[in-house]
Design a protein around this ligand. Structure first.
Ligand code: SPV
Ligand code: MG
Length: 293
């Protein structure tokens, strides 16, 4: 699929699909390829996961250009539509529209911007989550729309519930962001039950499609989201967290056992890795282009 059709595919998933859609987290080319092979139709380029994979904290320590570079690898190696976690846009309207333009050039299909202040802090860390002024953030959204138009699906993310400002504030922000041209609303919650999400969807009445990130309320059955006519569920960090567990385990065992003999059955065989990254395509290309006449 071409890059332009990626935008339409993402729009179809998030905005027009009457079925619930799922986006899987990716943070590099390898995790993107794995998610694609598993069968996911779209990816979430997670700020938390990309930062973690770079050894940074999810507090805007990675620069916008590092994010853009990571996204390029995710797009290239998966060939899937990618919704990028753009945090707060790395500053004001000008930084946000620059980020959008660069992501578009690298083949992203969508951009999620959250109404936090630069530098942001991950929504699950601490209690200090200052929100951007509603009108100022709406200006960031309008600037992105004016710059990339419909060439990027624009998701406006509301942090009002994370910041403890309550449902009325969340809904009034959602309306302001819809007025500013957002294509969908991501409403985030740190509660361990989906009660806030349910209350939001009841009040919002699907004026725009709703995207959720059930990292903390993972026990809620998916049927509840279908009932509430949620558009899209993002599995935001699970490949990264799986990798951390696996790497920790293997490091611990190799250190302790001073051999890899016992862990070999538990790790991916090299042939599987070569298959995942399509080494056979290179062999075919060599036969075609490297053969002497
Ligand atoms: C991310 O994946 O970086 C997100 C989701 O923004 S969360 O970590 O829940 O804020
Ligand atoms: Mg994030």
């Amino acid at each position: 699929a071409s890059i332009d059709s990626h935008v339409e595919l993402m729009r179809a998933e998030v905005c027009y699909n009457s079925e619930l859609s799922f986006l899987m987290e990716a943070h590099d080319g390898l995790s993107a390829a794995i998610a694609g092979r598993a069968g996911f139709k779209g990816l979430w380029a997670s700020g938390l996961s990309i930062a973690s994979s770079l050894g940074y904290r999810d507090a805007n320590e990675a620069s916008w250009s590092q994010l853009v570079d990571s996204v390029e690898r995710i797009v290239d190696s998966s060939q899937l539509p990618v919704l990028v976690d753009g945090d707060c846009g790395f500053g004001n309207f000008n930084n946000a529209r620059l980020l959008a333009r660069k992501l578009r050039q690298r083949g992203a299909a969508g951009l999620a911007l959250e109404d936090s202040c630069f530098p942001k802090m991950n929504s699950f860390v601490g209690d200090r989550h200052p929100l951007a002024d509603t009108r100022e953030f709406a200006g960031r959204l309008r600037a992105v729309k004016d710059t990339v138009g419909d060439d990027l699906v624009l998701v406006a993310r509301i942090e009002a519930l994370i910041a403890g400002h309550g449902m009325d504030e969340a809904i009034s922000r959602a309306h302001a962001y819809a007025d500013a041209g957002a294509d969908a609303i991501l409403v985030h919650s740190r509660r361990t039950a989906a009660d806030e999400i349910h209350a939001f969807t009841c009040a919002w009445q699907n004026r725009l499609p709703v995207v959720i990130v059930p990292t903390k309320y993972y026990r809620t059955p998916i049927s509840a989201y279908r009932k509430d006519r949620i558009s899209t569920v993002i599995w935001a960090n699970h490949s990264l967290r799986a990798a951390v567990s696996a790497m920790r385990q293997v490091c611990g065992r190799i250190l302790a056992e001073e051999t890899t003999a016992n862990i070999e059955p538990n790790i991916t065989p090299l042939d599987e890795l070569f298959d995942l990254l399509e080494y056979n395509e290179l062999a075919t290309a060599e036969a075609r282009y490297l053969q002497p006449d």
